[in-house]
Design a protein around this ligand. Sequence first.
Ligand code: GDG
Length: 460
Amino acid sequence: MDNGTRPLIVAANRLPVRWTDEGWETSPGGLVRALIPLLRESGGTWVGWNGTVGGHVDPFEVEGVSMHPIALDADDVSRYYEGFANNTVWPLYHDAIRDSTFDGAHWQRYRDVNERFAVTLANVAPNNAVVWVHDYHLQLVPGILRRLRPDVAIGWFNHIPFPPLELFQRLPWRSEIIEGLLGADLVGFQRDLGARNFVAAAHQLVNVVGDADDHWLHHDGHSTMVGAFPISIDVDEFEERAAGRETRRRAAAIRARLGDPEVVLLGIDRLDYTKGIGSRLRAVGDLFDSGGLDPHRHVFVQVATPTRDGVDHYAEERHEIERLVGAINGDHARLGYPVVHYLHRTLDLDELVALYRAGDIMLVTPFRDGMNLVAKEYVATRLDDDGVLVLSEFTGAADQLSEAVLVNPHDPHSLTDGISAAVDMHRHDRRARMSAMRATIHRHDVTHWADGFLKTLGAR
Ligand code: GDG
């Protein structure tokens, strides 16, 4: 895109900042690192919630980028955010692996907050701006913004899956959501699968005309392009952190503290029921039971980062995970040597990278995941081309990282077979697979992703 001449405005549920003793700073993460320079160069603005409940916060500047806060009160948080976004859309879009609530008051508040975002965007966007709206929290923003500001180019990117029609049509407000999204000029998904599901839903639920290859939808006098733009990570950043002497020292220290096992298996996820942590633990437990894993030689480390504590499904998932960890250790640990090490906390990034380096086998086994950046981060840190990634077929990452050991997390045998194959894999095979995956992520990093989306949006 000719981004030098068109100011970029980004909208996401959250502002990419956190409060520290020294004031606001940008939050870590590849998406933020990729977008901040583009915003700075174009004099752009990021519009989003700052995470505090109630009260008005004036716009402020961080690293040369203007941050425009959207105020949410306690009712907004419980109905729009925890209610509709996290307890209606999130489970439904992840294959309905948990029941969604369908509550009219939550939907009404979702519309209100989407309107608040759209009105703010309409006020802050300069003439001819490019507005990039992110994720499932803001599906009505493109439609409202198009009516308010027909001059701006609008893109929307979904970080999570878009479900098949049979699931999507459970939503009582399905047509409004499709119409909201069709206000965008470009609608982007992680995978072709999501793009195809969206096109099918649009044809079924609203009056659209599409072209033969389904890349364009025409509705209500406006045309929307639909495509897949698989997100990635800042590969150089992870490589640099992984290469540091201090990281190598920390990785060695982690292995020593684990009792210098032959093989360290690793899981790192937000504690979310979509991530398949329970099934993974059951598979690890079955392998310890059957002798496929040996408590004297193998150790599993699971980091489960706290998330969305206010939603019931998450509290239930946490209890089940903690019960399983206790049961497996009860059966197989020796004094001072647990076979499963479980951390329910957020690690700092250097500790996370040291763990990636310390892990011989990375288990990424979600039931459904838009992309899964952990898989890509693990690959980026394997500077010696060693290590095995066991990866669920139901992640976006599986489209690109086809040399991983691909597993079906719904099938207990597929999980145990995949973990066993990883443990037994010959060094030559490990290296061939890892070096192929590293080459893939080098070709497709997060800058490539952002440029691809914005070029497609601006080339219209
Ligand atoms: C959504 C979609 C899509 C995790 N624990 C710690 C920590 N993390 C970081 C990881 C990674 C990120 O969180 C998790 O990203 P994922 O992609 O795995 O998953 P979601 O949070 O569900 O993200 C997903 C993504 O959006 C991007 O489009 O891939 O499919 O669901 O970066 O490193 N970071 C630190 N400490 C931790 O303990 N510092």
